[in-house]
Design a protein around this ligand. Structure first.
Ligand SMILES: *Cc1c(COP(=O)(O)O)cnc(C)c1O
Length: 349
């Protein structure tokens, strides 16, 4: 392993050298050691300031070191951090009720990450068909999609290079190109249990699904009974200026995977599902030790209050309109820019 510490201060170079020996090398990190943040800025170990345009890959939804969030989670830490899912606590129901109001779906299962939320959606939709005594293990997913790194979520991720080293994965997954209406309608047969899509593909290059393709998804679900899983781990919860992007497309998912922005930096994921799917589940079917603990739920409540009650969503919409105008202007001036894609504050050039 080559350790590059050239140009780094002694403090930063110690951090890099320690990792080079002890950390599993799956991340090709930038040679920057971040120690502090404030709003949209982060600072490195040598006090250099950076404008954070990726917000920790869609996570720091309230900015860094948000004072309300910091106060709430430190107060929660002094009361009770965790109590396991063997008992009730006051916060899970409150977060779930808000997610229901926003999404139109009825029930939430809490977990700790986006991949786990996708995993739960895959398990729940599979359980739905099992309960009906009509197993439909087939899945349809999109090329250039990203759904996570667990074996299940990886199985529906449409990037060969993520999948190949870990095969065999789940079988029965058919990939179709995003926005290819005919390919989708051909792929979704009566053996397909669920279709999984990101309403705007994130890792795949910020590719929104078209309204026409959304129409084909709805048609395929209606004619075959296949369930729809919307993965809004990246595009959901305000990023596009709307609570969810599936509503913009007129889609009606049976399961919704959430993560990233929901905890504003505290790990939490959620699978929000319809009554018909939820009714197929029995006690003991799924679970999580940490899922929806008090710390994570407290953070999610602060985030949802900011998003809905304190105007963050409207702010994204107005700042997003500004971003769209400026990016379009850039594209008009530079022939190398072929396309500007996205919505709200989620843009690809
Ligand atoms: C990031 C992402 C995931 C995986 O989330 P993790 O928290 O990294 O497990 C799943 N789906 C989409 C669309 C994502 O962007």
């Amino acid at each position: 392993m080559t350790i590059v510490t050239e140009g780094l201060s002694p403090v930063a170079s110690d951090v890099v050298s320690l990792e080079a020996v002890h950390i599993v090398q799956v991340y090709r990190r930038q040679p920057i050691v971040l120690v502090r943040g404030s709003g949209s800025k982060v600072y490195d170990a040598d006090g250099r300031e950076y404008l954070d345009l990726i917000s920790g890959v869609g996570v720091a939804s309230l900015g860094h070191a948000n004072p309300r969030l910091a106060a709430a989670i430190s107060a929660q830490a002094r009361e009770l951090l965790h109590c396991s899912n063997l008992f009730f606590h006051p916060l899970q129901g409150q977060v779930a009720a808000r997610l229901s109001r926003l999404s139109g779906l009825s029930r939430t299962f809490f977990c700790n990450s986006g991949a786990e939320a996708v995993e739960a959606c895959l398990k729940f939709t599979r359980r739905y068909w099992h309960t009906r005594g009509e197993p439909r293990p087939g899945l349809v997913a999109l090329e250039s999609s990203f759904h996570g790194r667990t074996i299940g979520s990886l199985s529906v991720t449409g990037e060969e290079h993520y999948r190949t080293p870990f095969e065999p994965l789940l079988g029965n997954v058919t990939f179709v190109p995003p926005n290819d209406r005919d390919a989708l309608l051909n792929a979704v047969t009566r053996g397909i249990g669920a279709i999984i899509v990101e309403p705007i593909q994130g890792e795949g290059g910020v590719r929104p699904l078209t309204a026409e393709f959304a129409g084909a998804i709805a048609e395929a679900c209606a004619s075959t009974g296949a369930l729809l899983i919307a993965d809004e781990v990246q595009c959901g919860l305000g990023r596009t200026g709307a609570p969810f992007y599936f509503t913009q497309l007129g889609l009606k998912p049976h399961a919704l995977a959430l993560g990233k922005a929901l905890g504003a930096g505290v790990p939490i994921g959620a699978a929000v599902i319809s009554d018909e799917v939820a009714n197929a589940l029995a006690f003991g079917d799924h679970g999580s030790t940490y899922g929806g603990n008090l710390l994570a739920c407290r953070a999610a409540l602060v985030f949802l209050e900011e998003l809905i009650d304190r105007g963050l969503l409207n702010h994204v919409a107005s700042v997003g309109a500004f971003a769209r105008a400026k990016l379009s202007e850039l594209a008009r001036r530079h022939a190398t820019i072929q396309e500007v894609r996205g919505a709200g504050l989620m843009w690809g050039l």
